[in-house]
Ligand binder design. Structure first.
Ligand code: SF4
Ligand code: SF4
Length: 86
């Protein structure tokens, strides 16, 4: 189980600063930083520490197993971000 960023994300980067394995993208030096609609968590690298959940000011991060039904597609949306060329 990994964590998933949902549509409430306002891209304030609080989660990026606390993630111990640096698995949340894009970062300011990534090419799509200016155009990304939200941030995404790499499910392969995430170690399920929950640090990002506490840091997020808008409760946009959910455990994959506890995603609200309306956000079910966001598990794939997060994972897909890391499948393409970066
Ligand atoms: S749960 Fe931990 S490892 Fe996973 S994205 Fe959040 S801060 Fe990073
Ligand atoms: S802390 Fe929450 S709102 Fe801020 S970038 Fe991360 S997921 Fe988005």
């Amino acid at each position: 189980m990994a964590y998933v960023v949902g549509p409430a994300c306002v891209a304030d980067y609080s989660c990026v600063e606390v993630c111990p394995v640096d698995c949340i993208r894009p970062r300011p030096d990534d090419p799509d930083f200016d155009t990304a609609e939200q941030l995404y968590i790499d499910p392969v690298t995430c170690i399920d520490c929950e640090a990002c959940v506490t840091a997020c000011p808008v409760e946009a991060i959910h455990a994959a197993a506890q995603l609200p039904v309306a956000f079910a597609s966001y598990a794939d949306i997060n994972a897909d971000y890391f499948r393409g060329p970066r």
